[in-house]
Design a protein around this ligand. Structure first.
Ligand SMILES: [Zn+2]
Length: 249
């Protein structure tokens, strides 16, 4: 199991990397610079060529999340949450969270403030994702929120005989499940989804539903009842938990 910091056989980021990291964060901080954010995602998250444990990273992202610029804050919160979840999973420890506990607390505070003032549906969903990622209690917030934002979940039937995968559609096209190639045919069989009864929601579903309502996002709350509800497999016609399959994937 690789260690995250000094005991790693991999040399620590050299000066050139530190300079590059600093330059990218400065560009992200000085204004709308989508290329800088894209490069930060690539180098910190996707290929790890820059060191996520560098003190600049979470400190700067926390600063940007607290600036009164919604787009900048959203970008900082999204990246910070994703980096923390990735570190949890990659190293199977919460060392990064512990090392930067005060920055994580600042980021979480900012995410909760932005959540309450964000009107755009999808921006709001991504702030919920950031809150969950920053809290770090679950590692599948991206999958959960992805389905609400894209209005569809790609699911696998848990039947041991192995059915085909299916789509759960949640949104303007309706609320149903269908075989994977539903988009290719008009006459494909669909099965209505079974949303959770909001009064019966528990745990995370209960909490997110109540948050969305309290924040004025009724449509997100409704979508969450489907995410925490059940779909019918088009092949074997058994019912399966949508969120259960998000977790399993
Ligand atoms: Zn099935």
């Amino acid at each position: 199991m690789p260690e995250m910091t000094t005991s790693s056989p991999v040399p620590r980021a050299d000066d050139a990397d530190s300079d590059r990291l600093r330059a990218l964060l400065e560009r992200a901080a000085t204004g709308p610079d989508s290329q800088a954010w894209s490069d930060l995602w690539t180098e910190l998250y996707h290929n790890g060529s820059l060191d996520v444990a560098d003190p600049l990273v979470l400190h700067t992202l926390a600063d940007l999340a607290e600036v009164n610029k919604a787009d900048m804050a959203a970008s900082a919160l999204h990246l910070a949450g994703a980096l923390l979840v990735q570190a949890d999973q990659r190293y199977e420890t919460r060392n990064l969270r512990h090392q930067y506990a005060s920055e994580v607390a600042r980021l979480l505070g900012a995410a909760n403030r932005w959540r309450q003032v964000t009107a755009d549906r999808n921006d709001y969903c991504h702030l919920l994702e950031a809150v969950l990622n920053l809290e770090g209690d679950i590692h599948w917030a991206e999958g959960l929120v992805w389905g609400v934002v894209s209005e569809e979940y790609e699911l696998e039937c848990p039947d041991p005989d192995g059915c085909a995968s299916l789509w759960g559609i949640i949104g303007e096209r309706g609320f149903f499940s269908a075989a994977e190639d539903y988009a290719l045919s008009d006459d494909i069989e669909t099965f209505p989804l079974h949303p959770a009864d909001p009064r019966a929601l528990e745990g995370l579903g209960r909490r997110l539903y109540d948050l969305a309502l309290a924040d004025g996002h009724e449509e997100v709350a409704r979508a969450l009842t489907y995410a925490f509800g059940e779909a019918t497999c088009p092949e074997c016609e058994q019912r399966l938990s949508v969120v259960g399959q998000v977790i399993a994937s």
